[in-house]
Every structure is written in C-alpha cells, then in structure tokens.
Design a protein around this ligand. Structure first.
Ligand SMILES: NC(=O)c1ccc[n+]([C@@H]2O[C@H](COP(=O)([O-])OP(=O)(O)OC[C@H]3O[C@@H](n4cnc5c(N)ncnc54)[C@H](OP(=O)(O)O)[C@@H]3O)[C@@H](O)[C@H]2O)c1
Length: 270
C-alpha cells in the first residue's frame, strides 16, 4: 500500500563475513522438507523466464540444479509430469541413490517415488523407457500412473494398462483436482507430490488452485525471444488469475539461485 513503511532489505549472497557452510545432501533434504499432502513444483528458468533452450531444459540447469532435483525427488511420494515433458525429455523411472533411499525408508516412504504422467491423448509408447527400464542396483519401480480422461482413445488406454496404472479422471478433459486427490490416496506415506512441469501442466495446476509451493531455479542466462515460458501452455487463464506467492527461502550454488516460493493467494477455483 502506498505510504506503508518499506520492509527491511537484506544482503543474502555473497554477503559480508564468512559464508555459511554448504548443506550437504541430508541438510538440503531438511531445508527442503516437503510438507505432507502438498503439491510442489520444481522448474528451471532463464533470467527472462524461458523453460527451454532448443526444446530441452538441460541446457538451463547445471550440476547444482541436478543435485537439487535429485533431492526434491527423494522427498516426494509422486513425481508428476506432463506427457509433453516426458516425451521431449525422454523420461524414465525416478531412481534414487542408496543413502537417500535409506532416509526415505526412515521417513516411512516407499523406496522410490511413483512417476505419474498426465496426457489427454494417451499417446505414450508402452515400450518406452518410463515403462520398461530397470536397473540392477535399484528396486523395481512402482508401476507408473498414466493420468488421462475418457476422451482418450480407448485402444491406447487399453494398451497402456499392460504396463501402467491408468487413472481416468474426467470426461473430455483431464480433471486435475480429481486426479491429484486420487494420486494422494495412492501413497502410503504423506501424499507429497512433486511436479516437474512442463509449462502446460504447471499452468493448469496453478489455474486449478492445486499448487502449494514453487521451487524455481534461476539460471544466469538470457534465452531471448521465441522460447517457451513458465506457464505458456496454461489452457484457460481467467481474468484476475494472478496467484500470489511469498518467498520462503533462497539457496545458491554453482552460480544458480534456488528460490522457494509459497502460494498465499490462489487462482479462484472454476
Ligand atoms: N525448465 C524446466 O524446468 C522444464 C520442465 C519441464 C519441461 N520443460 C520444457 O517445456 C517444454 C514442454 O512443454 P509442454 O507444454 O509440452 O509441457 P507439458 O505440460 O509437459 O506437456 C504438454 C502435454 O502434456 C499433457 N498435458 C499437460 N497438462 C495437461 C492437462 N492439464 N490435461 C491433459 N493433458 C495435459 C498433454 O499431453 P498429450 O499431448 O499427450 O495429450 C499436453 O500436450 C519442453 O521444451 C521441455 O523441455 C522445461
């Protein structure tokens, strides 16, 4: 409000004096504790808000971003992605390192999170990596979940039933609130859902008022025009849909800034 006193502004990094000790894998998990029953998103963006360079997110990330992603995956019960992302990024099952897996077990979580893919078309290859890949040093992954709707061709849905749990939520379109509630109900532990996008899915989750937390990696690169932006695919934004977030924490490593935001005002449910 005009006239309100300005909030205090602090220099966080690099900051004067000694730098805080690096957190390490366990400290990072504690710092990013995932609240039970919440839906968190993690994406990497360029300084001008692009989520891809030449169609992939990898060039925006780096070793520190990959470490954070591995941490957030290890904290989740379900990893939720749009089919576009699963196809363009060549998704396989979500693998977790041994020590992280032991900490999952201590928290009462399954050894590996369940991968769930949202698709209106059900156009996924049943022989694709995400359904068939296995690793000798890892337990068998939970059956992936294909989240779709009655509008998807029945034959495609039937073929996917051989390799996945097919969750039909909605008639002509995927009913995301229903799908998210169902996914939560499937986890023995706390129903912690991590979405890794892409922009269409993220936009629709925001629009449906389902997002609780946004973990954004700000990559120090300017992508330029013509790139896909963070919520570009958001299919039905309405007037006044400007959810507000508050900054909860800031981490930094490898020249990247990791900002953790929490939703304070959601888009109205339609
Ligand atoms: N920077 C990052 O962190 C990051 C993260 C993820 C992706 N990306 C990038 O983003 C780009 C992909 O964008 P995208 O728009 O294709 O992402 P996306 O949201 O993963 O994919 C869109 C597709 O996913 C399915 N989908 C998503 N939301 C849906 C909904 N509410 N209902 C039904 N189906 C839904 C549909 O699949 P069907 O066509 O099968 O119906 C849709 O065509 C790629 O370049 C990727 O590299 C970047």
């Amino acid at each position: 409000m005009p006239g309100d006193p300005a909030p205090p502004i602090r220099l966080l990094a690099p900051g004067p004096g000694p730098r805080p000790e690096p957190l390490g894998p366990e400290g990072l998990e504690e710092s990013y504790a995932h609240r039970a029953g919440e839906l968190r998103a993690n994406l990497v963006v360029s300084l001008d808000g692009a989520v891809e360079l030449d169609g992939r997110s990898g060039a925006l990330g780096g070793a520190a971003d990959r470490e954070l992603l591995a941490t957030l995956r290890a904290l989740a019960d379900v990893v939720l992605v749009g089919a576009g992302t699963a196809r363009s990024e060549g998704y396989g099952p979500v693998w977790v390192g041994r020590e992280r897996m032991q900490r999952r077990e201590r928290r009462g979580q399954a050894p590996l999170p369940t991968l769930a893919v949202v698709t209106r078309s059900a156009e996924l290859d049943p022989q694709g990596r995400l359904f068939v890949e296995r690793r000798p040093d890892q337990p068998a992954p939970p059956r992936p979940v294909v989240v779709t709707c009655l509008g998807a061709p029945a034959e495609r849905r039937r073929r996917l039933e051989d390799v996945a749990e097919v969750l039909v939520a909605g008639d002509a379109e995927v009913d995301l609130p229903k799908a998210v509630a169902d996914l939560r109900g499937r986890t023995e532990a706390g129903g912690r859902i991590l979405t890794e996008g892409g922009p269409r899915l993220l936009g629709d989750l925001v629009g449906a008022g389902l997002l609780d937390e946004l973990c954004l990696t700000h990559s120090p690169v300017i992508a330029g025009p013509g790139r896909v932006r963070l919520t570009d695919g958001w299919s039905q934004p309405g007037t006044g849909d400007h959810p507000e977030l508050t900054l909860e924490a800031v981490h930094s490593g490898g020249g990247q800034l990791f900002a953790r935001y929490r939703l304070v005002a959601r888009a109205p449910r339609r």
